[in-house]
Design a protein around this ligand. Structure first.
Ligand SMILES: Nc1ccn([C@@H]2O[C@H](COP(=O)(O)OP(=O)(O)OP(=O)(O)O)[C@@H](O)[C@H]2O)c(=O)n1
Ligand SMILES: C[C@](O)(CO)[C@H](O)COP(=O)(O)O
Length: 385
């Protein structure tokens, strides 16, 4: 952003935790939420900021390469990625170690708060600039809070009007945060704790309910539901026609059909797969198969349908969609699909991770399909946001 005249901002995104309470197969920041990892979603929020901000990603040492690739894709440019430490505080310190000396405001953000909106990041920067000290987003505590003993006995009710449940991004003048980390003696669960311990003032500003931390499987489900409900479903349609080529092998609906005349084409001519790819891309607003894969690209010469379907799925998921279902109809005299319909549906559903139904019809001898010159497939795809 050449015309940007605001403060120089860096956002340290801590993504090096293991996510033991989530219990997923991958470290939490690398778990996907509607097709994008928590880390990518956090980076999208940074990218959407009104303020120009440089993200710095702190990732598990063994996932540095993957983190760099995801970060570059989500940010549209190379991103500094460093290895984290054993605690959140150590990980933040590793990120701060590479903050450029010209940076004026540093935000520290949990990758786990993947749905925190860009507006919250901007509001925190604005408040830090206006006040000249640290600010943290917080929400009022709505439950009654009790102080309890180790034995589970309730000792007292805590005055909740004096409490806030604090979130990230937490923002600070760069120098104050660096000083606090340099002086750190205690192990705090947030950055504001260290900054306050170093003697600097920190204020709470209004938080955002979307900035909740994905900690448990229940939180992940809640995040999924919020995303599903937040975008309208989208449908798309696609069709593909190929002439029969008796000299070629037939590949259709991801299956090989020995003894049947094949279909002519740059790839394997699988009209069913290609129609589905077009339906998926159109539903996501990502163009069409020719634009995405290009018939001139030698990588796709002779490629089977699963190559195109897998890449189309990756792209729609990367765009934040989940495939709801796909329906496809084959129009032509051959092959007779009925005997292998279930097999075709199973194969296509496995590739797309969503139900695919396959039907077939003829055209009563009319047109090119009726004359047995070729075959058409028409597909409709539903994407959920
Ligand atoms: N050594 C650590 C621990 C945590 N974090 C990051 O700090 C944020 C908040 O931590 P938390 O939600 O507690 O994540 P985990 O430590 O991964 O979770 P758990 O305590 O369930 O293992 C997360 O984005 C996490 O990736 C980190 O970068 N390095
Ligand atoms: C920084 C934080 O997200 C603010 O609420 C929180 O303290 C992190 O806590 P955890 O102990 O790492 O779960």
């Amino acid at each position: 952003m050449d015309s940007y005249t605001g403060p120089r901002v860096a956002v340290v995104i801590v993504a090096a935790g293991s996510g033991t309470r989530l219990g997923a197969e991958r470290p939490k920041a690398f778990v996907t939420l509607q097709g994008l990892t928590l880390l990518e979603r956090s980076l999208h929020a940074v990218r959407g900021m009104r303020h120009a901000a440089d993200p710095i990603v702190v990732a598990p040492a063994e996932l540095l390469a993957e983190a760099a690739e995801l970060s570059e894709r989500a940010s549209g440019r190379p991103v500094q990625v460093v290895a984290g430490g054993a605690t959140r505080q150590r990980s933040v310190a590793e990120g701060l170690a590479v903050v450029d000396s010209s940076v004026e405001v540093v935000l520290v953000h949990d990758a786990a708060r993947a749905l925190a909106p860009s507006t919250l990041f901007d509001a925190v920067v604005d408040a830090v600039v206006e006040r000249g000290y640290g600010v943290i987003p917080g929400l009022p505590v709505s439950d009654t809070v009790k102080r309890i003993g180790a034995d589970g006995i309730v000792h007292e009710t805590v005055d909740r009007s004096a409490l806030a449940a604090v979130q990230t991004p937490q923002g600070f003048p760069c120098e104050q945060l660096l000083t606090a980390y340099a002086l750190a003696e205690s192990d705090e669960t947030d950055d504001a704790g260290l900054v306050a311990a170093a003697g600097f003032r920190v204020d709470v500003v209004p938080g955002d309910a979307h900035a909740f931390k994905v900690t448990t499987p229940w939180d992940l489900r809640r995040a999924e539901e919020m995303l599903t409900g937040s975008r309208s479903p989208r449908i798309g349609s696609g069709s593909d026609t190929h002439a029969y080529d008796p000299a070629a092998e037939l590949w259709l609906a991801g299956l090989h059909w020995p003894g049947e005349p094949g279909l002519a084409g740059h790839s394997d001519g699988d009209a069913v797969a290609h129609a589905i790819v077009d339906a998926l891309l159109s539903a996501a607003g990502l163009g069409d198969i020719g634009g995405v894969f290009g018939t001139g690209d030698p990588r796709f010469s002779g490629a089977h349908g699963d190559v195109f379907l897998t890449e189309a799925r990756r792209r729609v998921e990367e765009a934040g969609f989940r495939i709801g279902n796909v329906a496809v109809q084959v129009i032509g005299n051959r092959p007779k699909l009925a005997g292998r319909r279930a097999e075709a549906e199973e194969r296509l559903s496995a590739i797309l991770g969503a139900p695919v139904s396959v039907g077939a019809t003829t055209t009563d001898g009319l047109g090119f399909t009726g004359r047995g010159e070729g075959l058409t497939a028409q597909a409709t795809a539903l994407l959920l946001g």
